[in-house]
Design a protein around this ligand. Sequence first.
Ligand code: MLT
Length: 218
Amino acid sequence: MRSDLGFVHRYLPGEDKSGPTILLLHGTGGNEEDLIPLGATLAPGAAVLSPRGKVSEHGAPRFFRRLAEGVFDHEDLLFRTHELAEFAEAASEEYGFDLSKLVAVGYSNGANVAASTILLHPGLLRAAVLFRAMVPFEPDVTPDLSGMPVFIAAGRYDRMIPPDNTQRLADILGEAGADVDLRWSDTGHPLTYEDVSEAKKWLASILPKLSEAQDDRQ
Ligand code: MLT
């Protein structure tokens, strides 16, 4: 466990130093250890950066404050999103991973801060997997997300996230140019094997392209 760079976090180097790094973002009450096995399943061999959310809700770590379930403290959300982006940049310097191949995988509150990062720092995340995500805020300015691959897995019976909220997030990202793959399943808020298996397949098709695009630029 490291507590430097502003966030308690784990970093696990990948097999290929120039390969992708998965930014793991846990849900409310999770920590930097929670999603490590998920990261290894979804992207075997990839580097992993896993911070712990800095906000405590009665002892439960989160990535930003909320006023009630599904009602976010907008000011804190913006502040925490910038803070997380700075952490990712500092971590890439510290550990020497390629920031241009940073791919977020977030669940619930972690997916929401990932969505906020996509909107506020377009280009920082190369791709994203959002499990059980909702609209973090309605952007005043449409960011340029041209061609950014985003996988969203939503549950039709999620009692925390109304389906039209996830649909709205997909629309916002799509209108900004992202290549959104929104999958619905007959489940609730918890993650399922089907989510993991679909996301794994999706990532297997996306991750090799990140390296190819990089090779083209060299
Ligand atoms: C949030 O607060 O980000 C969402 O309500 C999901 C969660 O409870 O973590």
